[in-house]
Design a protein around this ligand. Structure first.
Ligand SMILES: Nc1ncnc2c1ncn2[C@@H]1O[C@H](COP(=O)(O)OP(=O)(O)OP(=O)(O)O)[C@@H](O)[C@H]1O
Ligand SMILES: [Mg+2]
Length: 291
């Protein structure tokens, strides 16, 4: 077998099959009513800018600090799901949105005891089409309503949105109290932030949509201060000029993030000494200070 093929067989197929036969015992998700959770949508129009990495590490860091955290995988790619679990899950985000209930039963407990996942898969796309067909006037509130009814026991809900600003992201932004925008230190990524700002302004201003949606800020991930021609530093300077007061601390390039994803373990447990975990700790401090 070629070396690459044998690697994928080892890294993904064998552990997955193994873990499926040895599911973790599921505890009950928190149900106690308290203050409504802070709901943060991690959004961006461009693909591959670090939305899922941010969702995973922000939720992992908050859970490591003892908060009850729900991570909603709202991307049909299911990257957040496969980065946290290889368990079988009977119900996914699309089904919960369509049914308008059943959130707590659908949750998967992760290896961090206070971090819970609403998992997703290919099912999200057809289910969201059904949802839009059934509720053309108010489909965008499907997640908001489910969270309002069932997520009262959580301190934070983090929503990992897909790489577009279309219907599914709209569902995430209408459910959120806050949003956060990771970007790559590239010109194209910087440009796409303007489109996001246009959409969120519309959501805030359109009567009945989500007038209380707050922008936490944007930040650059996969940031390398030593890159040639100081390109990365120049992009951050441009962002500070375009979005004054809204640019947060960078997350440095750290290839060890991939280890946690491959092993379906939060980076806080897999590589606690890594630069990325340290940077996401600082970012989490900054997020909390900006709420
Ligand atoms: N700080 C970092 N250092 C190194 N690699 C990173 C860093 N942040 C993200 N990556 C890598 O970049 C890739 C894209 O990241 P990620 O999947 O989080 O982006 P995304 O915006 O969610 O993508 P998509 O739009 O497809 O959902 C992943 O392989 C991830 O491991
Ligand atoms: Mg993603």
């Amino acid at each position: 077998m070629p070396i690459l093929a044998s690697y994928f067989c080892y890294a993904f197929l064998i552990p997955e099959n193994f873990i499926l036969r040895h599911p973790m015992k599921k505890k009950n998700p928190p149900v106690k009513e308290k203050q409504p959770p802070v709901i943060i949508a991690v959004v961006g129009r461009k693909g591959g800018v670090g939305k899922t990495t941010t969702s995973l590490n922000l939720s992992g860091e908050l859970a490591s600090r003892g908060y009850q955290v729900l991570l909603v995988d709202l991307d049909v790619q299911g990257d957040a799901t496969s980065a946290l679990t290889r368990e079988e899950y009977p119900t996914s985000t699309g089904q919960v949105l369509l049914a308008g209930s059943g959130l707590l039963d659908a949750l998967v407990q992760t290896k961090l005891p206070t971090l819970w996942l609403l998992p997703t898969d290919d099912d999200l796309k057809p289910r969201s089409k059904e949802l839009i067909a059934h509720r053309p006037d108010d489909f965008r509130f499907a997640l908001r309503d489910v969270l309002a009814a069932e997520a009262g026991g959580f301190d934070f809900v983090i929503i990992d949105c897909p790489p577009s600003l279309e219907d599914i992201t709209l569902i995430g932004l209408c459910a959120a109290t806050h949003y956060l925008a990771p970007a790559l230190p590239s010109y194209f990524s910087l440009k796409s932030l303007n489109k996001l700002a246009e959409l969120t302004t519309l959501i805030q201003q359109e009567p009945g949509m989500n007038p209380n949606l707050h922008f936490i800020g944007l930040f650059f991930t996969d940031f390398n201060p030593r890159v040639r021609n100081t390109l990365h530093a120049d992009i951050v300077a441009a962002a500070n000029h375009l979005f004054p007061g809204q640019v947060m601390a960078n997350v440095r390039t750290d290839k060890r993030l991939g280890d946690a994803q491959r092993d379906a373990v939060p980076a806080q447990l897999r590589t606690p000494e890594s630069n990325a975990v340290a940077d996401f700790q600082l970012l989490t401090d900054e997020v909390l200070s900006r709420l």
